[in-house]
Design a protein around this ligand. Structure first.
Ligand code: AQP
Length: 324
């Protein structure tokens, strides 16, 4: 049986990019024959030095979104990274299988070190991500395209460990949906849609009101032509809207293009807004129904399962390294 791992940072409200790029695939995988670990990676979010109260709220809200998203909880273990100290322990071990130069070349490091300053947490973050994945010996990692480089590094680290100490880790594969793997900001289609974006009008949050979603789509940046065509180079705004519509309706980009070929931009924007409203509404409603105590008991039970898996891997690694 395959093992799946993926994580999400509690760095703000979950947005449409997180849902279509990652969580949608988690829902699908959780209904397959696989063992799934979905983790709120709060240690990663410390790299942005968050405010204590917002972090606590964000952890709880992100757990609730996962529970509301339709993930099959029978096949899935949902837990918080800092509750399982083995992640950080393995990260230290794996840091010996990674070169500083590799970390310095990571695009996210270059981008984020401009905003948050260059502390070593930002640099070593991908090693912690490798530990998150390898601690459960995951074969499959459903993530958005922004994580491709980090996953490649994880594969290299696993390979180097195996070459030196025996075949402990499977080499994990990245999986993403046909579309939605990289949603862009509605206001700045050259930047990815992000929780921590400066312009919140470019991001659709899971609990945005109907009016706010319509307003954000109406004001989305497109181009001066009037052709519904997928062309990332010259029409990034319209391509992003085609991507969103296709990801929600599980249609090919070409099919969406054809369906709306005679539409004016304004009408197409409204059609995409409506599809997004229908997609988000049940998630936001379910989110409101989940109580804090339901979250607490789910996390407590799930953590026990995650701990069993992590301890098994750590014990194998310690034996392989001679530190058992
Ligand atoms: N714009 C996006 N399009 C598609 N997928 C995306 N993901 C994030 N943004 C997009 C995917 O969502 C999962 C969880 O991401 P994360 O919270 O761990 O970190 P991130 O990629 O840094 O996400 P954000 O929303 O941009 O957060 P901040 O603003 O804090 O940096 C991942 O699988 C990611 O690929």
């Amino acid at each position: 049986m395959k093992t799946v791992f993926s994580g999400i940072q509690p760095s703000g409200l979950v947005h449409l990019g997180n849902l279509l790029g990652a969580i949608n695939n988690w829902v699908k995988l959780s209904n397959d024959e696989s063992k799934n670990y979905f983790c709120i990676v709060d240690l990663h979010s410390l790299t942005a030095m968050p405010d204590k109260t917002s972090l606590k709220t964000s952890i709880r809200d992100t757990l609730k979104v996962l529970m509301a998203s339709g993930i099959n909880m029978k096949n899935s273990v949902i837990y918080v990274q800092s509750d399982l100290k083995e992640h950080a322990y393995l990260s230290w071990i794996l840091s010996n299988f990674c070169q500083v130069g590799e970390l310095q070349r990571m695009t996210q490091f270059k981008e984020k070190s401009n905003s948050f300053g260059t502390h070593s947490g930002l640099l070593t973050y991908p090693i912690l991500m490798a530990a998150d994945i390898l601690i459960h010996k995951a074969n499959e990692v459903p993530v958005g395209d922004d994580q491709t480089q980090h996953l490649e590094l994880t594969r290299n680290i696993a390979d180097r460990f195996n070459n030196n100490y025996g075949d402990i880790f499977p080499i994990p594969e990245k999986t993403s949906g046909k579309s939605g793997a990289r949603l862009m900001s509605l206001r700045h289609p050259e930047n990815k849609m992000s929780k921590s974006s400066d312009d919140i009008n470019g991001t659709i949050y899971f609990n945005d009101s109907k009016d706010s979603i319509i307003k954000k789509f109406k004001s989305s940046v497109t181009d001066s032509q009037n052709e519904i065509k997928y062309d990332l180079e010259s029409k990034p705004g319209i391509s992003n809207l085609i991507e969103i519509y296709s990801a929600i309706n599980a249609t090919e980009l070409k099919e969406t293009e054809k369906q709306f070929q005679d539409f004016r931009y304004g009408d197409f924007k409204l059609a995409v807004a409506e599809t997004v409203i229908n997609y988000l509404e049940p998630i936001a409603e379910k989110f409101e129904e989940i109580s804090d105590s339901e979250v607490d008991s789910a996390v407590e039970n799930n953590l026990k399962l995650a701990k069993v898996s992590a301890e098994l891997t750590i014990s194998e690694i310690e034996t392989a390294l001679g530190i058992d």
